[in-house]
Structures are given as C-alpha cells and as structure tokens.
Design a protein around this ligand. Structure first.
Ligand SMILES: [Ca+2]
Ligand SMILES: [Ca+2]
Ligand SMILES: [Ca+2]
Length: 246
C-alpha cells in the first residue's frame, strides 16, 4: 500500500465524515464512515401526561462496524409552535437489541447503557427560533447545553403542551442539531435498534446519521459554548400562556 502523507489522510477523513451516504476510507488501520438513518414510525403514541409523543425506529443491525456516535438534526420544517418550542421536540433516545412496533413498548424498553446526557457526551448546536422568538433559550436548554433535568432524554415522558406545563423534552430549534458520543462503541453484529421520540407528534421531523469506525471519534469543539459567550447573559425563560402543541 502506498504511504499517504498525514495532511492527505486528514482531508480524506474530513470528506468521509461530511457525506451522508455510507463511505469507508482506509488510512493505515483506521476506518471511519457515516451512514444516514431511515426512520420508521411506530404505532400509537406515548409520553408523559399529554401522551402525545410519536416514536421512530431505525435499524442498526449487522452494519459490520462499531457505532461511536449519533447525530440528529432538525430538518427546518414549519410545523409546531414558534419561539422556544421551535423545531423537533426531542423527548428521548434509546438503543436496544429488542425490536418493538409500538410507542408504549418503546417507552418500556430499558435500553443499553450507552448514552452520557451530560455536556461530556451530548453536544448541542441550537437552531433558530421561529418568530415570535422568546427572550430566553430554546426549551430544555440551559447555558447553551441540553439541561437533562428538563429534557429527560432517557425517558419518553414529554408533556408537549406549549405553555408553562411543558416538560420532558428539548426543542432543537429550526435546523438545530444534537450529537451523542456514546460511552463505548457498540458492536452491530447482533440485532440493534435506535428509538427516538418527538413530543407533540405534530409533523416535526429530523434527519439522522451515525458514525461508524474501528476507532473512537474525536470529541468535537463545544460550539454551543461559543454561542453562549456571544449571548453574554442568560435570560430567564419567559413562558407565555399558549395551548398549541410544542
Ligand atoms: Ca417544536
Ligand atoms: Ca424525555
Ligand atoms: Ca412537536
């Protein structure tokens, strides 16, 4: 094999990570690539007191490589409430070896212990608030990072009414993105399924992508911290009385 220069290898890997289609690039022993996810909507709804979380499943079985991270991005739709509730309202994410077909069964799955929902393992790039914008951050976000005491991403428990009773999810904002760097690479040699929930089940959708590799992914720069420093000050979230679903 011809020996590649280090800068060239870096360029190849950058291109590989940027593409949605499955691409595999070998550089010495490192192999990395990305794969777009196809989501299937499950039957029924689940969630917290409002019981209006829709659940989507993606099949991760038999990919041939370990999964090291998962990216979920809002697709800039127009459905749902504006302001702090703009975009996909992310209720929960689970990975399991168990295949289920309805939302309630997904809620009851214990799931694999692979997520770190602190800022060490969960990276958030906020999308924009649709007009009229709220003075604070997106719902479920504090100081530029996902506040998991509000979002509870381990549980499908969202109450999606867009007022002061909202709880159990994080709104990504239009075009927002959340990246989960897994605690450990997950082998895909056995049946493996990803489940995510959308609080409100009101037409807000995402695109998803996983990164597979035989080496751990580099920790990305916490771009959200830069956004926070630009904001300078965090305004307390003002919750207006609305009844529209988030
Ligand atoms: Ca929303
Ligand atoms: Ca939740
Ligand atoms: Ca929603």
């Amino acid at each position: 094999m011809q020996r590649l220069s280090v800068p060239l290898i870096g360029n190849i890997l950058t291109l590989s990570l940027a593409t949605v289609a499955m691409t595999l690039t070998s550089a010495y022993s490192a192999t990395a690539g990305t794969l777009g996810l196809n989501f299937t909507k499950l039957q029924g709804l689940t969630g917290g007191s409002s019981g209006t979380t829709g659940v989507y499943r993606a099949d991760l079985s038999n990919l041939g490589f370990d999964i090291i991270s998962i990216d979920i991005s809002d697709i800039n739709g127009t459905a749902g409430a504006p302001g702090q509730f703009s975009g996909f309202d992310f209720d929960a994410i689970k990975i399991s070896n168990v295949l289920v077909d309805n939302a309630t069964d997904a809620k009851n799955l214990s799931g694999l212990n692979v997520f770190d929902f602190t800022s060490s393992g969960t990276f958030f790039t906020p999308g924009t608030q649709r007009s009229p914008a709220d003075p604070g951050e997106l719902f479920g976000v504090t100081g530029g990072i996902v506040d998991n005491s509000l979002a509870t991403l381990q549980n499908f428990d969202g109450n999606s009414i867009a007022n002061e009773t909202a709880s159990g999810f994080v709104s990504l904002g239009d075009g927002g993105k959340i990246v989960f760097n897994l605690k450990n690479p997950i082998p895909t040699s056995s049946p493996l399924y990803l489940y995510i929930g959308e609080a409100g089940d009101n037409g807000e959708t995402v695109s998803g992508q996983i990164t597979v590799s035989d080496k751990p992914r580099e920790v990305p720069e916490p771009t959200s911290l830069a956004a926070v420093s630009l904001l300078g000050i965090y305004f307390a979230v003002s919750r207006r009385k609305k009844t529209k679903a988030a």
